[in-house]
Design a protein around this ligand. Sequence first.
Ligand code: GLN
Length: 474
Amino acid sequence: MKGKSYQTFRAALLKGETSILDEVKSCIKNAKQHSEHNFYVELFEEEALSKAQTLDNLLKEDKTHVLPLLGCIISIKDNICFLGHKASAGSKMLNNFRSSYSATAVQRLEEQGAIIIGRTNCDEFGMGSTNENSFYGPVKNGKDKTKVSGGSSGGAAVSVQLGCCHVALGSDTGGSVRQPASFCGVYGIKPTYGRVSRWGLISYASSFDQIGVLANNVHDMATVLEHIAGADGKDSTALNDPVPRFNMMHSSDLSYAVLDSTLDASIIEPEMLGGFQNALGYIGQDSSISSGIKFDLLDYVVPCYYILTTAEASSNLGRYDGIRYGHNSEKVAETYLEKMVNNRSEGFGLEVKRRIMSGIYVLSQGFFDVYYQKAQKVRQLIIEEIETIFTKYDILLLPTASTTAFDLGSISNDPIKMYHSDIFTVLANITGNPAISVPINNMEANMPFGMQAIAKKGNEAALISFAEKMSHMA
Ligand code: GLN
């Protein structure tokens, strides 16, 4: 099934050929029809229908001041807060948690006329690469039910893939927007660290987390990014830089570099390597591509990422004691400690526990220097090496993932293998650079996959220009 386009819908809406109410109904119908893919944890059906009616009326009254996202239907990942709605980050721990405020990104979308249609399934607290670590069960790929959607924003990717919204908000700590986008054949962008406020995003690893955008086309992705980005007094790490009109800025004059170490035939499926080379041929027709670019630290990105993110996660997740909110065990407890142990033991899933334990270990006395501090130094080295490459080129090209979507259940019992599958995506989170995955193989017969591009900090516009160029590749 083909996904929806806000740009096309908006044009028809403004000509009076359709209504927002009809579009919301169509998204809901598609979502129900594909419910076995398990991508919506909850549809805000009544509310979305009533908001659609209100916005349709608004448009009838005044056709001259049309909000930039009027009637844009958006799904939000289950770790993004929306006033008065549940947000559980795919965890039993937060199963009944209701948010008392909206994330800045959500608030900005609503102010511009968008409709939040539901919350999407994800790996628990964003920890996973297949969406199989969710309290609500796995998400199945929209192309093939026997395959995973990717993770952790698997529900977000499938909601876009199956035409159940125009655009999805996900979060990306180590690839969770780009990798499911690759597995599901859609566009996914992780902005520069700080470009989008993290206010209202349930924390996993705060120095890596970013809200990102998934869509079926470049225009919709860029439009939504533009409206959620920008300074925010509620997040001190949000950048103050002005936000460009991403949709208006298409540059054809970009220089590209390929990280040779990422094109290793021993880790990439041959079909994907072929697809990647083919895409390079297309880009090379009118742009300069430099190959032979060395990046010797590739082997260190996964260990560096997992040491630092588990450390941050163990600290961030320390707040869940289940006392004021969160899972409340029915077991009788004599002491606060016992109560907390019961709540946390029952509330957290296996992978989250594994990461909390790893994080505590790397931060513990005696191991702090050898693991945590060392990984911080490695992070700095990686940042410097990538910055040096960017003094010469606008865009770095590499695969998004080394495989297409895994079979369900095929790697879920092998955490190390799962961690290693993140090798190409964690780089941009370690450094904070913006990165995108664009579909380069959406052929009917095969599972999709994407090509990844990373740009200089603050230069999402280059990524959008690149994506626009790639959208014309036959
Ligand atoms: N797969 C990575 C992890 O499990 C990335 C997750 C993410 O970006 N939220 O940490």
